[in-house]
Design a protein around this ligand. Sequence first.
Ligand SMILES: Cc1cc2nc3c(=O)[nH]c(=O)nc-3n(C[C@H](O)[C@H](O)[C@H](O)COP(=O)(O)OP(=O)(O)OC[C@H]3O[C@@H](n4cnc5c(N)ncnc54)[C@H](O)[C@@H]3O)c2cc1C
Length: 275
Amino acid sequence: MREINSNKKIDYKNLEDYWISATGKTLYSKFIDRYNKKMWLVKSNKEIDTFSWSPKGPALKKGSRAVYGGQICSYPKSLDGYNNFFDKLQKSKKIKVILKEQVKVINLKKKIFKIRNKKEKFDIIVNTISPDFLLNYKFGELKFIGRDIHKIVLPVKNLLPNKVAFIYYANNEKFTRICEFKKFTKHKSNSTLVLLEFPSFNGKHYPLPLKKEIKKAQKYLKSLPDGYFSIGRAGSYRYEVDMDDSIEQALKIEEIIKDNSYDGPLPLKRWWNLN
Ligand SMILES: Cc1cc2nc3c(=O)[nH]c(=O)nc-3n(C[C@H](O)[C@H](O)[C@H](O)COP(=O)(O)OP(=O)(O)OC[C@H]3O[C@@H](n4cnc5c(N)ncnc54)[C@H](O)[C@@H]3O)c2cc1C
């Protein structure tokens, strides 16, 4: 406790300096150091130099122990989550959905793409994958971390305590967290499904919270011709873009198109800010 002094100046330069100045070396080494190194697959937490994705301010607080204290966490009522919503979209006569296809850029400026061996021209493009793809990686490939997900069904009603959906592991385990899905879905069963998440380079799930990479992504975004949007976690290249943010961005695009007020690929100015 001697290391914690709530009145001292907190250092915001990088993740390691921030947490050591906020909680002291002992708590840093127990809860922050190894977890973040495995989460981001970095050698040193000093490499991590943006913070808006994690709660700041007083690191130790009274009251609720939930990380994001007052925030609401929600999940669809339907047992199959969001599937039903997307299945309905596919059946709509107003839109055409093409699945399991790779897109090839033929002419970026004219918005001509090759899909199913056919050239198609579009008026507006909404991209939700890493923007480097559109510009043929000309400034270098943007870094991402992926996940190997191990699924296990256990012959017990519940694995984690009541109301606990996730447990995060801050020691030498190779996985970052365990998630018990029943806690979200409220599914009734004598067995339970749990997922273990192992950080890897398999997939582009997590854009890195590094200023250098975010600036590179912004260079890509600024190089896109008019009429392009790039949204979502990968399209914005921001780890802190969650599902609610992706939906907000999509709704903003609707507004921009209706008002004819296009002024760049990334709607909502706050996603350009770096801190
Ligand atoms: C393990 C994990 C846990 C998460 N937990 C939460 C949570 O609890 N709450 C929350 O709000 N958010 C959570 N998120 C974030 C959330 O998943 C994203 O914010 C959201 O999925 C972004 O939606 P999107 O449609 O922009 O992109 P995505 O859902 O990533 O969709 C992009 C799609 O593009 C496809 N694709 C990629 N490259 C190509 C290509 N070259 N050609 C064709 N298709 C391609 C991908 O396969 C994918 O289906 C989590 C993310 C991860 C990885």
